[in-house]
Design a binder for this molecule. Structure first.
Ligand code: HEC
Length: 120
């Protein structure tokens, strides 16, 4: 399905380029331009999740903007205590005073947990 859409988009792009160029005889340079635009697009969609932003919006109120702790404990060395998998479980299930289900999107949970697991 995705491939079909890509092919469709590529076809559309080529048609637009050809249409815009009109009588210009530079078809070889046009195709190389098209390919580079396409690879740019696909790399953008892969890194859509920003762990630091998610933490700032959902966790910093209790754990501090710099992980220094507030209502919740200091997390600056949390990676020495927990693996990414264990942090994912804490985010999903909650812990003590920390409510469960703050994040719903699995991709966001994994991104934040991976990011925190690096804090040692
Ligand atoms: C409502 C306040 C609150 C929010 C929001 C919150 N936490 Fe917590 N968090 C706590 C409290 C309180 C604890 C301590 C729980 C305990 O051990 O009893 C805790 C514990 C933790 C721990 C375990 C720390 C340790 O040393 O045992 C991790 C990891 C953690 N939180 C990550 C997160 C992440 C990631 C988010 C955002 C998705 C988040 N927290 C949002 C209050 C919060």
């Amino acid at each position: 399905m995705k491939l079909k859409k890509l092919l469709l988009a590529a076809g559309l792009g080529a048609t637009l380029v050809l249409g815009a160029c009109g009588s210009d005889d530079s078809s070889s340079s046009d195709t190389s331009k098209d390919e580079s635009t396409m690879s740019d697009d696909s790399s953008k969609t892969e890194t859509a999740v920003d762990a630091e932003k998610i933490f700032a919006n959902n966790c910093a109120s209790c754990h501090g903007n710099n992980l220094e702790g507030n209502v919740g404990p200091n997390l600056t060395k949390v990676g020495a205590k927990y693996s990414s998998e264990e942090i994912q479980k804490i985010i999903k299930n909650g812990k003590g005073q920390m409510p469960a289900g703050i994040l719903k999107d699995d991709k966001e949970i994994v991104a934040v947990a991976d990011w925190l697991a690096d804090k040692k």
